[in-house]
Design a protein around this ligand. Sequence first.
Ligand code: HEM
Length: 447
Amino acid sequence: MTVKESLLYTSKTDDRGRMRAVTNNLILHFHPTKVAKPALRFSYTWGLGGISTLLAMILVITGVLLMFRYDASVDRAYTSIQTMETEVLFGSLIRATHHWSANLLIITAFLHMLRVFFSGGFKKGRATNWLVGLALLLLVIAFNFTGYLLPWDQLAYWAITVGTSLLDYVPLVGSAISGFLLAGPEVGQGALRNFYAIHVAVLPAILVVLMSYHFWKVRKDGGISQPVNRPTGADGKRQRAERVTTIPYLVQIELAATAVVVTVLLLFAMFTPAPLEALANPNHPPNPAKAAWYFMGLQELLLHMHPLAAMLLPGIVLMGMAFIPYWDKQEDNIGVYFRSKVGKRTAATGALLGLIVVPLLVMVDEYYLDLPALLPNWPTLISNGLVPLLLSLAALVFIYFLFRLLYKANQSEALTGLISFIIVGFILLTLVGVYFRGANMALTLLV
Ligand code: HEM
């Protein structure tokens, strides 16, 4: 039976045919009937948008199941999690699946953003979806942050204490936001109640709106981006990409990816339970007290600069990321990874520079450099804040123009190199924070 026949299917006698018609109908509510063949190439998207969608769906399902047993009270939250782990049928597996999907979603959404950037998927009318995507990434982080507190163990309590104290440094609005979140002078019942409400009601509502808009916009933009430099036909015009039916060509890839992701995730969750440390104890801070891993890049920056500068630097970079579609408008390299040969060179050099310069700077600042001591008459806001902030921004500008001059790179290619540098630098700062900071946040890199 063809797709068309199955959609027109009306017989009441053949249940399988009816099921197929209903399923096809449902699929075609979410997908167009045809998609461009090059868009199906796995090595173009790596399925990362779809995998992020699948993880979001798994999170909603497992999250609702967890809600049946979880109790958002400082006296009972921890024991409700313990009960879930030991007494509820499949409780431990459901909690582990929720926990690991949430962490994985940060990674897949981040990688999806990199795929979109490096393949130029934000160009040609896709700027809005790039911005919505950035909002989705921040939303996913907010989900993880608010969920982190709920088990009410030592890990949760101190990571959120550190995390909300980072928020305090955000200029203008930071302390108002952390004041609202905590609903008191420190992490306590008010914070747990607020985090829970935000985690299970506010953020899901925003997620549904943003994700629906994100998907609708992909369809409205004519599907995902396509290489524009397709071969020309006999008439001298660019050939149109071949189109194939969504059923079965796209759907079979989605089903295969779903089967792999769900299997790997469940196997991992079976053998790696979600962490649960001792009950939260406000009088007993761990040493070192670290934020959640996805904030460790920020916490690492705080060790090197005045808090205001440490918040401003990633803030400025994030704003720069939002401007990317207005900065790089060159359309003849859409769908080509890293834009061109020159783009590949700038990207590789940017990544290599990040790999060398960032760990080097971390070590120099840790062991040798003391800006406030070097500039004793200046207030620390300037010596340890404005000075390193301006130096960092100047370094980014320098790297951009280095690519323009050294490789004769155009705007698009130079930006590719600059973003490679920033991404590698950010990942390294996070890794240093997570793995190489010991007691009192001292560097353990050379120990
Ligand atoms: C919860 C997070 C996200 C989900 C579930 C999601 C989902 C998707 C899906 C399913 C697609 C179409 C298929 C694909 O390209 O893989 C897509 C495309 C797109 N996404 Fe996302 N996305 C998310 C986050 C982001 C982020 C962080 C960005 C960038 C900052 C972004 C920007 C875009 C853009 C511009 C497109 C169109 C790409 C093209 O035409 O090549 N998305 N997204």
